[in-house]
Design a protein around this ligand. Structure first.
Ligand code: ASP
Length: 348
């Protein structure tokens, strides 16, 4: 009888503790974190091969941190992430929070385009609850795979009350990064992410979350970008500038009726005379042109070596070309006014 009572007490205690844990929903999209290779000591693998349940089974400790459930949204290497996947993710995240299905969301995602997805969601999710992206550089089958630890850390950050109201974050290799600022800087190393201009917001270590900074830029419900009812976005292309480049790529985007072009310029968003002439023509044809930089850090500043007022260009501030494209696609859903579009780059 005494034994039975003790067992009942233990069950009740367990039920009470787990009822108090935050509910974290994992939305899986694929990537190396779900990758499987033929041998633990070889780098080759197929991204996105493993389902979400296999990822969760590799980290049983996660269930002490949160009430975790999983959903498969896609199973792709993130080189194949599309606007369709972004819109699907966006809809599902907003729906989960609207219906109070979870307290926080973790998205497992390949590392190649994670910085684009994180910024897209940072601008379009309508709720202030934690949304955290994570992934891995080594497949699940590798020696010293980094996925289980990154997933555990991401759920820890998602479950922390300190993570509310910070927009969409990326957790990787114990760093907590703003989804706007984070970029991938290594092709193969496990410390693949940094925020080159501003540094990480905080750290997660040994199950504890510490923040040191907050972003001053507006995100999630503070932006006007509600894409829940959209099925496509305006077309924005990126053109890389290099020594002796000619105008072929710019002209091709204009001919293909793109709405805007981001130039990955040199230095402070500079480009040569051939580009200058092609940009002038593009702007006359109604295409918005934004100057960004191929340089890995720093801002692109208005009216420095290029007379933006005269040419009609806008600048990306400190967003890299891929992120500038994301903001332009969303900005163009609201306006074609260049002053307003430029303002978006200084606010979001
Ligand atoms: N190509 C993979 C992806 O982005 C690389 C990774 O996840 O690390 O899905």
């Amino acid at each position: 009888m005494k034994q039975f009572s003790l067992l009942l007490l233990a069950i009740l205690l367990y039920a009470a503790t787990s009822a108090q844990l935050p509910r974290v929903l994992i939305l899986a999209t694929g990537g190396t974190i779900a990758g499987a290779g033929n041998a633990a000591d070889r780098a080759g693998y197929k991204a996105g091969a493993l389902p979400i349940d296999d990822l969760l089974n590799a980290v049983p400790q996660i269930h002490k941190v949160a009430k975790v459930s999983g959903e498969q949204i896609a199973s792709v290497g993130s080189q194949d992430i599309s606007i369709d996947v972004w819109l699907t993710l966006n809809k599902r995240i907003n729906e989960v929070f609207e219906k109070n299905e979870a307290d926080a969301i973790v998205i497992t995602h390949g590392t190649d385009t994670k910085e684009e997805t994180s910024y897209f969601l940072n601008l379009t999710v309508r709720y202030n609850k934690p949304v955290i992206l994570t992934g891995s550089m080594r497949p699940a089958t590798a020696i010293s795979a980094d996925g289980p630890k990154n997933l555990y850390d991401a759920v820890t950050v998602a479950a922390s009350p300190l993570s509310k109201g910070r927009g969409v974050l990326v957790v990787f290799n114990e760093g907590i990064y703003d989804g706007r600022d984070v970029v991938k800087i290594s092709t193969t190393k496990v410390n693949a992410f940094v925020s080159p201009n501003l540094g990480p917001l905080g750290q997660v270590y040994d199950g504890k979350v510490t923040y040191y900074m907050s972003s001053m830029r507006k995100s999630t419900s503070q932006t006007p970008f509600d894409v829940r009812n959209l099925t496509k976005l305006p077309k924005v292309g990126i053109v890389y500038m290099y020594a002796d480049a000619d105008e072929t790529a710019i002209n091709a985007f204009v001919a293909a009726k793109y709405d805007a072009i981001v130039i990955a310029g040199v230095g402070n968003g500079n480009f040569n005379k051939a580009y200058m002439a092609a940009v002038e023509k593009a702007i006359k044809a109604g295409v918005v042109v934004c100057r960004a930089t191929r340089t890995s850090s720093g801002r692109v500043v208005l009216e420095d070596e290029i007379d933006d007022e005269k040419l009609g260009t806008i600048v990306s501030d400190d967003l890299n070309p891929a992120k500038a494209r994301v903001l332009l696609m969303l900005g163009l859903t609201q306006t074609k006014d260049k002053k307003q579009l430029q303002q978006y780059f200084f606010e979001y």
